[in-house]
Design a protein around this ligand. Structure first.
Ligand code: TNX
Length: 556
């Protein structure tokens, strides 16, 4: 074995290698044994390294983001992919595996979409094939993990679930040149380095949020966002579908919400909305990429578009005019009227019916028009409505002091753990889980620096390094690690008018958050991340993503 096979890629200092290796959760007995061998080898190398100049600073063998748990790739030896390399799946493989195989085969070959080849359980795998294998006993992989084994004459990706195979393919994609991202690529020969990868996510919730309310974003643009999310193994897209400036989802029983409430946006543009059929199309598009859609209708505040459409929701029965500015906190549903709860029931019932995922987000942030008690009673009542529809509620951090069900998720968004404002720990104490979206680290609408034209700055400016260099498990002092379900990066759209604006702020910072959500703590280091990220420039460009060429990254 060569040294490059022994060590996790990218770690250059002996100490960090040791921590990395000791910290590894070995997958299987054999890899645990290999792990022990590695530790001995590491100690030997550390001793040798005490001697002055030893050429340990070898170039990394890959630029995979998020960093996998374990990568052993050789510097010599490769598997060659040609136009005729078959992608093979089991004869009885289900629809999802078929789809993953088809997309892989299409990516590898030029021209028309290609189908994967099905082979019987006992039949020999054809030579030089890429095989996708579902192995239900593969407990090492978990629900989203996978293993890749590249040899000179075969490639095998295995996982317990289709989601794992999908992610194995995303990793494979990143081992190939950016040219595979061009849809109508020319005939070409590609190679993969021989070696093994074993991988599984750290957190189950790896999210992004799009505010399509302040400015409307057409469906195709949302799909493009999902495409990039999938490449980086993000699995939740939270859509902020209603706010003061616009209502963006068709509700059949309340047609004026979109007819009137959806007719404008910040700055007074034409707004827009998704029909339920379009929403369903997006849900399915996302599902095929292992992304769950979480719809949010913000309430009781951030509701001017709804109040303008249905005056019975206001306490005085008078509809306010539509709003196209960017202030917050001035609107609220009337908490003492039964018509308010009939409205919430209609919304939640229709959303639940078109949302296969288990969550409905009801906002709950920045309410200034209700007393604290009115607010808490409101939250408790709408939570019951969500549960009646068979879903779990999510709300922004402010909801934590209410008497919540432990199945509800609290999304922390404040920058720090100021005791008076941060109460997420109350939810952790009752056994609930917290999504971390701290403003000063994950808010993609914050400017990168003082020169950024788009975006806001209330939570500070967020460089790529600042978005990357924090630790979710210990971020909230009073929330234990086990109560953190994961991370999510919101992109609010007060200043964003079109897809290229959204992409400019999201990328590459969302990619940094993706690594926080997926990679083990001991596999993360800024110096290594920025070198890997540099290799992604051509790929993002090939995908047509308008990313910010941050000077922090040595772009290729
Ligand atoms: C705070 S974070 C908000 C949004 C704004 C955003 C702008 C949160 C739950 N509410 O209404 O769009 O700041 O950065």
């Amino acid at each position: 074995m060569t040294l490059s096979l022994l060590f996790p890629v990218g770690s250059v200092r002996c100490a960090s290698r040791q921590i990395g290796l000791f910290g590894d959760v070995a997958f299987s007995r054999s890899s645990r044994r290999a792990g022990a061998m590695r530790i001995v080898a590491t100690l030997l190398v550390c001793l040798t390294m005490a001697a002055p100049v030893h050429a340990q600073r070898t170039a990394p063998t890959h630029a995979i983001i998020p960093a996998p748990q374990r990568v052993d790739l050789a510097r010599t030896g490769s598997f060659t992919i040609t136009d005729s390399t078959p992608v093979v799946i089991a004869a009885n493989a289900g629809e999802e595996v078929e789809r993953i195989g088809r997309r892989l085969a299409t990516m590898l070959g030029p021209g028309a979409p290609r189908a994967p080849r099905r082979i019987a359980a006992r039949a020999a795998v054809p030579p030089n094939a890429i095989q996708l294998v579902i192995d239900e006993d593969n407990d090492d992989a978990g629900a989203e993990g996978y293993q890749i084994d590249v040899r000179t004459g075969s490639v095998r990706i295995s996982a317990r679930e289709p989601a794992g195979l999908f992610y194995g393919v995303q990793t494979l994609r990143q081992l190939l040149p950016a040219s595979v991202e061009h849809r109508a690529a020319l005939s070409r020969t590609l190679t993969l380095p021989v070696g093994k990868i074993e991988d599984a996510p750290r957190y189950t919730w790896r999210g992004a949020m799009l505010d399509v309310a302040r400015h409307f974003l057409p469906l195709d643009d949302v799909k493009r966002y999902v495409d990039v999310m999938a490449l980086y193994k993000l699995n939740v897209l939270h859509l902020h579908l209603a706010d003061d400036q616009g209502w963006r989802i068709e509700i059949m029983s309340r047609p004026n919400l979109t007819r009137h409430g959806g007719s404008t946006q910040v700055g007074g543009g034409p707004g827009g909305f998704y029909t339920q059929a379009q929403y369903t199309e997006l849900v399915e598009y996302a599902q095929a990429r292992n992304v769950m859609i979480v719809p949010e209708i913000d309430m009781p505040g951030h509701t001017n578009a709804a109040l303008a459409s249905y005056p019975e929701l206001t306490c005085d029965g008078v509809a306010p005019p539509l709003y196209t500015g960017i202030r917050v906190g001035f609107s609220a549903l009337c908490p003492s009227k039964e018509s308010t709860y009939a409205f919430v029931e209609d919304i939640v019932r229709e959303l639940a019916a078109i949302t296969p995922g288990p969550y409905i987000h009801l906002g709950g942030d920045e309410v200034e028009k209700l007393t604290h008690t009115e607010y808490l009673r409101f939250i408790e009542r709408v939570e019951r409505i969500v549960r009646t529809e068979g879903k779990n509620m999510i709300g922004w951090g402010e909801i934590a002091p209410a008497n919540l069900d432990p199945g509800t998720l609290v999304q922390h968004w404040r920058s720090d753990a100021r005791a008076s404002r941060d109460s997420a720990y109350l939810h952790a104490e009752r056994g609930g889980m917290i999504i971390l979206s701290p403003g000063n680290r994950t808010y993609l609408d914050m400017k990168y620096d003082a020169n950024t034209i788009l975006g806001l700055r209330w939570a500070g400016m967020i460089s790529v390094e600042h978005a990357y260099s924090w630790e979710p498990a210990t971020f909230l002092a009073r929330v234990p690690e086990r109560a953190v379900i994961g991370v999510e990066a919101p992109l609010w759209s007060e200043t964003l008018e079109k897809r290229s604006d959204y992409e400019f702020l999201a990328f590459p910072r969302l990619i940094a958050i993706a690594e926080l959500g997926w990679s083990q703590r001991n596999k993360r280091a800024w110096s290594d991340f920025r070198t890997r990220l540099a290799e992604h420039g051509p790929r993002l460009q090939a995908m047509g993503v308008n990313f910010y060429r941050s000077p922090e990254i040595p772009w290729k």
